[in-house]
Design a protein around this ligand. Structure first.
Ligand SMILES: Nc1ncnc2c1ncn2[C@@H]1O[C@H](COP(=O)(O)OP(=O)(O)OP(=O)(O)O)[C@@H](O)[C@H]1O
Ligand SMILES: Cc1ncc(CO)c(N)n1
Length: 258
């Protein structure tokens, strides 16, 4: 059994955050583990309250996992403050974590800020160098490259710009263009993953789900391009399943194939 760890915040309504990550790991037949960075009161309608977990607790959770069941891959989701980012970077370096997927979470689907404004640069300086792939959506990619992304050409220019200070894979998701394609970039090489657009408002947690599906693929030993391909198929299947829960933007059907 391959193993994966998610370092993330929570969603009691089960569609995003660590709940989405663990469901995704399970659906992809990987043993899932989880270290919590923040407890959130949120649901399909929005985020109400955020409480960060203390630094000793973040560190102790990571010690418990790495000393015992060393993960084959690690996903980093919501990390809201500079001290939390520094604690995670320290532990990942201490244990030599491999196959690290960084979901550059900044703002929730419902528009709520999930990372302190001053922590954004810590994310790029401390966690990006430790990661094998980052998965920004379009607004996050714009924040990282510093210019507006309006079409496929500027989506590629954004990746080239971000790559100036970063040697890993960059997956810029096109979801925020109406049904735009996802683009994987590394060392000047580009591969597009076409989006088969599903007509639905139930998109809560799509970013979390895609990045944890990539993590599961890496945990199973798949090469990056194939892990992204399988993850793209998985998120499309989970959206297309037609699950309709909640009063806002509902969750995707993580277990559509079970
Ligand atoms: N309606 C849709 N139909 C098909 N694929 C979609 C749809 N919405 C999002 N996706 C896919 O889901 C994945 C995540 O995309 P998106 O850009 O929405 O991430 P995100 O903004 O980080 O997600 P989140 O809303 O959870 O923060 C991408 O592969 C995107 O193409
Ligand atoms: C905990 C958490 N992480 C990430 C997102 C982004 O969708 C969210 N809504 N909640």
């Amino acid at each position: 059994m391959n193993t994966a760890l998610t370092i993330a915040g929570t969603d009691p309504s089960g569609g995003a955050g660590m709940q989405a990550d663990l469901k995704t790991f399970t659906a992809m037949k990987v043993y899932g583990m989880c270290a919590i960075t923040a407890v959130l009161a949120q649901n399909t309608c929005g985020v109400r309250l955020i409480e960060n977990v203390s630094i000793p607790m973040v560190e102790a959770q990571l010690d418990c996992v790495f000393e015992d069941i060393f993960p084959d891959a690690v996903k980093i989701g919501m990390v809201s403050s500079i001290p939390i980012i520094e604690a995670i970077a320290g532990k990942l370096r201490q244990y030599g974590a491999k196959n690290v997927v960084l979901d550059t979470v900044m703002v929730s689907t419902s528009g709520h800020r999930l990372i302190d404004e001053d922590a954004q640069s810590a994310l790029t300086q401390k966690l990006m160098p430790l990661s094998d792939i980052i998965t920004p959506n379009l607004p996050e990619a714009e924040a990282l490259c510093g210019f507006a992304i309006t079409d496929k050409a500027s989506q590629q220019r954004a990746a080239e710009k971000i790559a100036e200070g970063y040697g890993g894979y960059i997956l810029i998701k096109g979801g925020h263009f109406d049904g735009g394609d996802d683009m994987l970039y590394k060392d000047g090489r580009v591969r597009w993953y076409p989006t088969r657009r599903v007509e639905t408002h139930n998109t809560h947690g799509t970013g979390c789900t895609l990045s944890s599906a990539i993590t599961a693929g890496l945990a199973k030993g798949l090469p990056m391009e194939e892990a992204v391909e399988r993850a793209k198929e998985y998120i499309t299947g989970a959206l297309a399943s037609g699950l309709d829960l909640g009063k806002g933007n509902g969750p995707v059907d993580h277990c559509f194939a079970l």
